[in-house]
Design a protein around this ligand. Sequence first.
Ligand SMILES: [Zn+2]
Ligand SMILES: [Zn+2]
Length: 263
Amino acid sequence: MTMKCLNHQKSHEFICYQCNCLMCSKCIFIHSKDHPDHFDQCEHIDDIKHSLSTLKLDDIIDTTTTNNHINNENKNNNNNEFRFKSQINNKLKYLWESLRSSTSRYQSLSTTENDIKQHFEQLHQYLIREEHKLQRDIINDKHTITNQIDNNLMNLKYLINIIKLFNKLNNNENNSNEDTSNIPDTTTLYSTTTIMESITTSSSLQSFINHNNQTLFNEYNNYFNIDSLLKQHSSDSSSILLDIIHKYNNQFNESTTTQIIIT
Ligand SMILES: [Zn+2]
Ligand SMILES: [Zn+2]
């Protein structure tokens, strides 16, 4: 690689930034004739050297913002007015200003992005709090109702048992062979939710009992042992009936009153 002009065998002294070509003193003459508009873009090596030697990086400031612009004008007026500035200086200034503006724009976008994020985070938290607030009362209410239903079901089951027992005592000969010991209690296999569905679909208490006669109202799933009651009351059905009604009142009346207060 040679730094001499191949056409004139002279050293390169000029550069045209527009064409990015190196030229000797004869080439520049031809070039300026061919491209008079490139006059501003051509620089002599001495000028470039001078410009770089006097270059103060402190003077490369961002003049796109108003404050810096005023400062720069003042500096230019105070210092030598006709100082030549190479394209390199201009490029430095352009790059610095571009970096400054890109950074500023990027940071501004980040700030907005963060503001949006925070705003929606607050909204989310507010919505979650409101949701929990509204649901808390509903959950409490549902819990109370579930307890109420469970209690009433127990109550109902006991009363149905009394009626069944009463019917059995009236037809005692048909039911004496029943084995009540080995059938497991399947009531617990049915949730209150399932029972509630049954309550909704049953048009009467009888259809509700029929619907659940294998579970809640399973005839073996009784509170009473008929044999022991018969023995206890010397087979006096009136005495048995009064006894279990009395027991029923003892067991449920208190909770029934409490329930009314809750409701
Ligand atoms: Zn040129
Ligand atoms: Zn040349």
